[in-house]
Structure formats: structure tokens, C-alpha cells
Design a protein around this ligand. Sequence first.
Ligand SMILES: CC(C)(COP(=O)(O)OP(=O)(O)OC[C@H]1O[C@@H](n2cnc3c(N)ncnc32)[C@H](O)[C@@H]1OP(=O)(O)O)[C@@H](O)C(=O)NCCC(=O)NCCS
Length: 161
Amino acid sequence: MQVRPAEDDDWGQIWSFLGVVLAAGETYTSPRDITSDQARAEWLAPPPSRTFVAVDGERVVGLAKLRPNLPGAGDHVANAGFVVDPACAGRGVGRRLAEEILARARSMGYAAMQFNAVVETNVHAVALWQALGFRIVGTVPGAFRHPRHGRVGLHVMHREL
Ligand SMILES: CC(C)(COP(=O)(O)OP(=O)(O)OC[C@H]1O[C@@H](n2cnc3c(N)ncnc32)[C@H](O)[C@@H]1OP(=O)(O)O)[C@@H](O)C(=O)NCCC(=O)NCCS
């Protein structure tokens, strides 16, 4: 598996699994009926946002977006989003992709990384981020309407780089 900057031609493969994950509505706050064009604007956003893909040969198996968490005086803290093709979940793609993005964020000069909205029922993601050094700074109660669990909390997670 390799991690490289995303290219426009990757979008078809990205959307084939990103659309499924966003429509499920269990892990991101995007509208569940988000269109391909809307998602593309968000996930292939122009600089200072940067998008990377994990590829296995020609196949895109994961996606990561890295950007400043806030503008101006907050832009030394990075924010990132990750999605792995569900067909490849649980095989270490997410861990390797996140390790690579952490290294890239560090080399780009970011001082820390913050996740603003980790759904508390997303236990594999929470455990992965904790294993990678993130801690839960706090949890906003009931801030996410989960399609199966109802209102659940959103963790703010943070680590220094
Ligand atoms: C969260 C996500 C990025 C993890 O990617 P992944 O490739 O499945 O994760 P990995 O295979 O690297 O596994 C990470 C850890 O979670 C565990 N894990 C992941 N999926 C699992 C599953 N279905 N069952 C049991 N454990 C699982 C692994 O054991 C692993 O722990 P370890 O490294 O200590 O062994 C991926 O599941 C995903 O894209 N989910 C939907 C979108 C999302 O939730 N993004 C994050 C929002 S904060």
C-alpha cells in the first residue's frame, strides 16, 4: 500500500466507497443525500486543504484530507478526515494511512492535530486514534443524530505532533 496525493482522476474510485460511507450516516455529519459533486468539493478541496489516497496497485482503498483546523491564529493545528473502503476495512489500511498523514502533517510544520467530531459509537475509529496518541479532550453530549443509536456524543480528540 502506498500513500500519494489525490488526483482528479481518482474521484470515480473514491466516490464508489465514500458515497456509501456518507449515505450510511454513522460517522460523518455530511448530509446523507450528499451528491458526488458536493462531496468532491469537500474532499478534493483546494489548498491549504490537501487530499491523499492510499492505493493498492491501481486501486484506491482509502482517502485522507489534511487541512488547517482553523484559519489565521489557529492554523498551526491540523485537522484530518479519513475514510477506508469498507471492502478493505480491518486490514490495517486506516492505521497505515493515518500514520503517514501524521508524519506528513509534522513535516509540513503543524504542531498538533485535532479531530472535532468523532462519533462516540465509532469505537474502532476512537480506539485507533487513541492507539495513535490522540486523547479525548471532551465530548459534546448528544451532538450527533445516529441513524440507529439516536443522539450520541461527539468527541474532540487531539495530539501534539
Ligand atoms: C475508521 C477507519 C478509517 C479505520 O480504517 P481501517 O482500515 O478499518 O482500520 P485498521 O484496519 O487500520 O484497524 C484499526 C484498528 O481498529 C480495529 N478494527 C478496525 N475495524 C475493525 C472491525 N471491523 N472489527 C474489529 N476491529 C476492527 C483493528 O483491529 C485495528 O486495531 P489494531 O491496529 O490495534 O489491530 C475505517 O473504518 C473507516 O473509514 N470508517 C468509516 C469512516 C470513519 O469512521 N472515519 C473516521 C471518522 S473519525
